[in-house]
Design a protein around this ligand. Structure first.
Ligand SMILES: [Zn+2]
Length: 380
């Protein structure tokens, strides 16, 4: 099965390379990029640009491009560029969401050519559509044979050989927030996560990990009970600590700090893990102060003092990852990605506000320099 999927991926790569000539890609677009870039930013968005204190890097963005012949990653990339210019974002890292076998999976091979047309503005991660489904297919560790580990490691190596700056988005515990949005769980120290940590350490690339935080066990909150989630959610924090200790050279970027759906991803819990594990990084997803989530860094009163203390204590370990969903204008209909995209602009505003509340040195590190180092981005 793995071999078949790998072969298919190879064929897909070839197809992308052969088919995605500039003419083909452009014919799917509502407007060529050269023309668009000549239109002043103000006219494109209808609103003036927002002043960030530093040209920042957004390390966690998804593209929504549709499926089949209508698939339009170039259009989604253009949509991302418009928002980047509006909100002062110098570079964006695109990554496939953490998918499972039940979905029509996609991965970096599908969008790499669209992203690579703007090398100074984008980098990408891979594995959310190739490696993450495998981890969850082999959720029972007893089924992870040496052959499975070898094939998984080889698939991971190919993703980096293909030009990805790291692995993502991978999921340990992923709560469902909508219909067609999967519930996923394996502990973060699952045998295949350990294999991935070894490859990441060897290649010196980070792993973007989605792991909703649970300390002990907890009943699923009632507002999340309507989707694919089970009645009880498993502990996740212990396994993350074990993964971090298993290979201290593997850099783990724990995603979505500052907007916690469950309650255990506190600034203090992150701080304790960072104190013990120098290989832990956290990407911040900053929602507006009014958002109905726990452990927000930005509150109605401004920057939360506990988070500010953590940012100061571990100034080299935080990056910004807004979890924006950039939708191609040719995509029709509804889906989780399209409804999540409605949060993009409020999150960009909140992020710029957070950066402007930080002391300049911290804003430079958290907004920009840490990401450049961690993902080995070209500084611009
Ligand atoms: Zn995520």
């Amino acid at each position: 099965m793995l071999l078949r999927r790998t072969l298919m991926l190879g064929v897909l790569w070839l197809a992308v390379a052969l088919c995605a000539t500039p003419t083909d890609v452009q014919s799917q677009r509502p407007m060529a990029p050269e023309k668009r870039s000549r239109i002043p930013e103000k006219e494109q968005s209808g609103q003036p640009p927002v002043q960030a204190p530093v040209p920042w890097v957004n390390v966690h963005v998804h593209l929504v491009a549709g499926r089949g012949p209508q698939q339009d990653y170039a259009g989604a990339v253009d949509a991302a560029l418009r928002e980047m210019d509006r909100f002062g974002i110098a570079m964006t890292i695109v990554l496939p969401p953490p998918q499972v076998d039940a979905q029509a999976t996609h991965d970096a091979a599908d969008f790499a050519s669209a992203v690579q047309r703007h090398p100074g503005r984008f980098a990408y991660l891979g594995g959310g559509g190739v490696l993450n489904p495998l981890i969850h297919r082999y959720a029972d560790p007893a089924r992870v044979t040496d052959a499975v580990k070898r094939e998984f490691a080889a698939a991971a190596e190919r993703i980096i050989d293909g030009g990805a700056a790291g692995f993502g988005e991978m999921a340990s515990l992923h709560i469902s927030h909508a219909s067609e949005h999967p519930y996923e769980f394996v502990p973060a120290d699952h045998p295949l996560f350990r294999v991935l940590a070894d490859v990441a350490a060897r290649r010196d690339v980070p792993i973007d990990l989605h792991m909703d935080a649970v300390e002990g066990q907890m009943p699923t909150p009632s507002h999340l009970a309507g989707y694919a989630n089970p009645p009880t959610l498993p502990d996740t924090m212990g396994a993350l600590a074990r993964l971090l200790a298993y290979n201290p050279k593997a850099k783990i970027v724990w995603a979505h700090g500052g907007s916690d759906p469950l309650g255990a991803m506190t600034a203090a819990a992150i701080g304790r893990l960072m104190d013990a594990h120098p290989n832990l990084f956290v990407s911040l997803r900053i929602p507006p102060a009014s958002a109905p989530v726990h452990n927000k860094a930005l509150t109605g009163a401004g920057l939360d003092p506990e988070w500010q203390e953590m940012f100061t204590r571990h100034a080299d370990r935080f990056v910004i990852g807004t979890d924006a969903f950039m939708v191609s204008p040719s995509v029709r209909g509804r889906g989780p990605g399209i409804s999540f995209a409605e949060k993009n602009v409020p999150a960009f505003h909140a992020t710029v506000r957070l950066l402007s509340l930080l002391p300049p040195e911290l804003a430079r590190k958290i907004g920009r320099e840490n990401a450049i180092q961690l993902y080995k981005l070209p500084a611009r």
